[in-house]
Design a binder for this molecule. Sequence first.
Ligand code: FAD
Length: 332
Amino acid sequence: MNINDCRNIWVFVETEHGQVKNVALELINEGKKLAHTVGEELIAIVIGHKMENVVQTVISYGADQVILVDGAEYQDYTTDAYTNAFTKLIKIHQPSAVLVGATINGRDLAPRIACRMGTGLTADCTGLEISPEGEVTWTRPAMGGNLMANIICPNTRPQMGTVRPGVFKRGTSDKDRTANIIREEISTPEKEIRTKLRDFIHVAGIAGVKIEEADIIVSGGLGIGKAENFMLLQELASALGGAVAASRAAVDEGWISPLQQVGQTGKTVGPKLYIACGISGAIQHVAGMSSSDFVVAINKDPEARIFDIADFGIVGDLFEIVPLLTDEIRKR
Ligand code: FAD
């Protein structure tokens, strides 16, 4: 594609059981800022079946336009059908940049599209900037998280990247917003879809909520002492309707699943409330949770670095404080 013919920033709207994933709303908000900086539009790409609610949601969260591909073959995500539809859309509309959430499906889809388009892809980004000429600088941790790399895609379009969930904030919803909806008829023959979804097996954090989707996170570090003690955090998280997360040190001990790890080499989260229990506040941990709206730290060491970034700090033994907190919240 000729660079000069390419316009607008696209966001792939990933859904799960008919609900828009938070990361798509985060990317719509951030992508829109980038697009408007260079006088372009943010276009949400919705692929699925019976997606009226999804389309309305992404418009309410600020998409300037929506391109919709509807078909029974897109009911559930499959690599072949979604790659086919998305690649055809790119050839028709020629976007300048495409943002995809760095989720399991996003990490599957984006590289295939990039390969078919013969363009570059920066995976797992934690920062985005745009030049006046529309060139995106994609920032991502590199060399095992020891340095941050700034990557550009100078010679091909679209510029593509996957972006970690929780790095950016979603905007506010305005149900009265309207936007243009372009409906594209793209079908994928059944014989081209090599995989079939037979069943969903729900995998979630121990609190039953995925940390990247949670508004409240109770997180534990080495101070928790042993795997069984995570039940204390689980009880607090359940009382608050949140999820349980952990530092890498706790994950390395085998106390909790790596799916729950927050930080530079784990997940990036941005909940409304992050309660750090027995976590020292190492820079690699903070990198994954510093965009939280409100941070509460419980640590028995008054010098712990976590207090430098906490909005509210409790110096004390988590084994005394966490049960008191849980009891108090249950009473309300
Ligand atoms: P510690 O640093 O040992 O802290 C434990 C804390 O618990 C202490 O502050 C202590 O005072 C407190 N404590 C102990 N007992 C109690 C109690 N009873 N009540 C209250 N407080 C108590 N780390 C991550 O978390 N995520 C990452 O993604 C990550 N990526 C990394 C990538 C690289 C390349 C490297 C080099 C490191 C990475 N790390 C990561 C590791 C990081 O540097 C720290 O080692 C780790 O975050 C420390 O975990 P922690 O805070 O649980 O443990």
